[in-house]
Design a protein around this ligand. Structure first.
Ligand code: GLC
Length: 753
């Protein structure tokens, strides 16, 4: 009897779930149907000038306000970027809604890249947290603060796969891996947009820069990219696909020339992949003047030609340049293009404006100042900065600093540099609201235990006149903590560097301090992987703190003094030298894979002993620090990996188990990573591919069994002839705490038809 009651209850529960899902689905389709009808009726009322106006995004800094207001009044503007403040935005919106013929509201866009007034660590740092939930929470906070200030739309997340630290925008990326990048994409889109885009505190998100921008030759920003279609589909597109599947509202086309056709006029990526294959139904905005730049590319003869090629390729809205405004009407009137191309773009834009609720709620009142930098926001910023920081070295477990370290000398140009710690793309962050390491450490341990000497004014400074002060400070202390790296201005868009060493006289400063013989801990704050081999062995411990945002100081202080334990893992490989770039973990094996033992030519002997493999004569081919690497103050032990079977058919699932134990004396969090290798494919395959990860918190002595469930979709890729499938054959599978073989336990299994 009891079983029957249970069955009835279970069936009832399932029925409720089914009905609610169906209801929700029906509700969504009903609201979409209403939106579609509203768009149709509005479109019928719009004249050609008003339609073309919706495709224009203007920057007020480039327009006289009265002219701007008159253009809005005439329905010639659909969106405004960087529009001053909340009051100014409201003024523009009132003109659009009350004084234009059809009252179509503007959508206000802004680069809210890693926070608004509460600035979070740069995205590259955030991806080293391997914590999508926390990254999502940060995006939610950014959306709350920015939307409170009248912003509707952020040009984030940036989803470019980045393998080249010379490229300044690696700082904005989620690193080199498509799987981790996809998880971060989903987290940020969901964080910004929430469950309902028309929630006043939601931001329409923007997946950018579509696509391949991070593959810029030479790491020089805006440079040419040549990406074969398998690589495009298997490496560069997945994070964008994940964002589209997460219902991202908009996509931004990129600056780069992609295989000879600029991304901003590339019908294959913009229509075939984005619209036809992925059924994306939001709108596409060009990046800043990237439509007019088609002329520089040598792809358009003039702005009229640029407008023609961009609208044909599927760019809906033009950011800042005016090719559409100046030429679409004539192109239609002369029958060069059909008005339906413009109608389609207008539909896409109006769909997002309706979904965002702008027609119902076009205005945002000026917010109370207390909506910014709330304690909970700052706490999240601090926690994310802690989890984004990567412990690269900790000899003799010098960290966390023990109580007998009474006096510390804080030295370096970044110990008290609030603007720099915010990082690039922080137009609304305020340095005066940032808490620096100097302030935080003084607050934590007391002024009397801290001696501060910058040693250098800025990271690029070469004036050594302050070295003596720093040396004297070091001599008075029990330990020295140095804050070095790169200023904010050396990172971000159009800030690519050919040399990745520590700028200025920082290396000399480290050497000078090391000569005092005091224990040396180094904190590196940067927007990219740097090359610091010349000082690496002078430090007992190295924490890579990136540009950690408003709360970088308290985060570093807590890590140094043991109030927090590092758990960050690198989302990008660190090269040993620039000559090694690109170096990334998911490379192919080649026909003559490099061997670790082969390094250099013994002097006095002919070249012959050099074995003919893909090695350098003068450098270890492995990265300085590998993808997935990061230490803790505690230690973890992994059991050998176990598989539920050694042969799996395509409709099967493979259960992978590994037990991890905290063998140290501190509670800590480990990121357990799962990698595969497809040993034989219809095209050559990477030697490793990340397919899953799990953040696991363990008390000292505690152990936990981690279970991963894999299906054939985890093994699928675009192979020969662009067939997407999991190909039968032999696979390796590993689990461990970095992509380095020495940190992995592996097993072989076979996938059958
Ligand atoms: C910039 C960037 C893009 C940004 C846009 C608006 O040039 O490439 O990422 O969102 O212009 O500022």
């Amino acid at each position: 009897m009891k079983n029957r009651i249970f069955l009835y209850l279970a069936f009832g529960a399932l029925l409720v779930v089914f009905i609610s899902c169906t209801t929700k689905k029906n509700e969504i389709s009903a609201s979409e149907k209403i939106i579609s009808e509203k768009i149709d009726s509005l479109l019928q009322l719009m004249n050609l000038e008003e339609k073309i106006g919706q495709l224009a995004q203007v920057n007020p800094e480039y327009n006289n306000t009265e002219i701007l207001l008159e253009m809005i009044r005439k329905g010639k503007i659909g969106s405004v970027i960087n529009a001053g403040d909340a009051d100014f935005r409201k003024r523009l919106q009132q003109v659009a809604v009350k004084e234009s013929r059809l009252g179509i509201p503007l959508i206000f866009g802004r680069d809210v890249i890693h926070g608004y007034r509460t600035v979070f660590p740069i995205p590259l740092a955030q991806s080293c947290s391997w914590n999508p939930e926390l990254v999502k929470k940060a995006a939610q906070i950014a959306a709350f603060e920015a939307s409170s200030d009248g912003i509707h739309w952020t040009f984030s997340p940036m989803l470019d796969i980045a393998r080249d630290p010379r490229w300044g925008r690696i700082a904005e990326s989620n690193g080199e891996d498509p799987y981790l990048g996809s998880q971060m994409a989903i987290a940020m889109v969901n964080g910004y947009q929430g469950d309902k885009l028309n929630n006043p505190h939601a931001l329409a998100a923007c997946a950018k820069h579509y696509v391949g921008y991070g593959a810029a030759e030479g790491g020089r920003d805006y440079n040419t990219t040549l990406i074969p279609e398998p690589e495009l589909r298997n490496i560069y597109l997945p994070p964008f696909k994940a964002a589209v599947e997460a219902k991202v509202a908009t996509v931004m086309s990129a600056f780069n020339d992609l295989n000879g056709i600029p991304a901003t006029a590339n019908e294959f990526t913009l229509r075939q992949i984005l619209r036809t294959e992925w059924a994306f139904d939001g709108f596409v905005v060009s990046d800043w003047t990237s439509i007019s730049e088609l002329i520089n590319h040598g792809y358009a003869a003039d702005e009229r030609d640029a407008a023609l090629k961009a609208i044909q390729a599927g760019i809906d809205m033009e950011m800042v340049s005016t090719c559409y405004q100046d030429h679409l009407k004539e192109l239609i009137q002369n029958g060069v293009i059909n008005e339906n191309l413009v109608n389609e773009a207008v539909r896409n834009i109006l769909r997002i404006k309706f979904r965002k609720g702008l027609f119902d709620n076009p205005y945002t009142e000026k917010p109370d100042s207390n909506v910014f930098l709330m304690p909970a926001h700052l706490e999240t910023a601090k926690e994310l900065a802690i989890q984004s920081t990567v412990l690269l070295k900790n000899d003799n477990n010098i960290l966390p600093l023990s109580e007998n370290i009474n006096k510390v000398a804080l030295i370096g140009p970044l110990a008290d540099a609030p603007l720099d710690q915010l990082g690039m793309w922080t137009p609304d962050g305020r340095p005066e609201e940032a808490v620096t390491p100097l302030t935080a450490i003084r607050q934590l341990i007391g002024n009397q235990r801290v001696i501060y000497a910058a040693g250098l004014e800025k990271s690029r400074s070469t004036d050594k006149s302050r070295f003596n002060n720093a040396i004297m400070a070091a001599r008075q202390a029990d330990a020295c903590i140095m804050f070095i790296g790169e200023e904010q201005i050396l990172s971000g868009e159009a800030h690519s560097r050919a040399f990745l060493n520590l700028p200025g006289a920082q290396e000399e400063l480290v050497s000078a301090i090391a000569q005092t013989g005091k224990p040396l801990i180094i904190i590196i704050m940067a927007g990219r992987p740097l090359i610091f081999d010349k000082i690496e062995n002078k430090a007992k411990a190295i924490l890579y703190a990136w540009h950690g945002g408003t709360m970088a100081g308290p985060a570093i202080a807590d890590l140094l003094f043991g109030k927090a334990i590092p758990s960050g893992k690198l989302s990008v490989s660190f090269p040993r030298t620039e000559g090694q770039i690109p170096v990334y973990y998911n490379h192919r094996n080649t026909g003559r894979p490099p061997s670790k033992e082969n390094l250099g030519i013994p002097t006095g002997t002919p070249l012959d002993p050099v074995n003919y493999s893909s090695n350098y004569l003068d450098l270890d081919f492995t990265p300085a620090y590998p993808f997935g690497y990061g230490l803790s103050y505690t230690s973890f032990e992994y059991s050998p990996i176990s598989l539920s079977k050694d042969t799996m058919s395509k409709n099967d699932t493979l259960i992978v188990k590994v037990t991890i134990r905290n063998t140290g004396k501190y509670a800590g969090t480990e990121v357990v990573q799962l990698y595969i290798r497809d040993l034989v494919g219809s095209i050559t395959r990477p030697v490793k591919e990340l397919k899953a990860f799990r953040r696991i918190a363990l008390e000292p002595g505690q152990s936990k069994e981690i279970v991963f469930t894999l299906t054939q979709s985890d093994f699928a890729f675009y192979g020969k002839n662009m067939t997407y499938s999991a190909e039968p054959g032999q696979f390796m599978i590993w689990s461990g705490n970095s992509s380095d073989d020495k940190d992995l336990s592996g097993a072989i299994f076979y996938l059958t038809e």
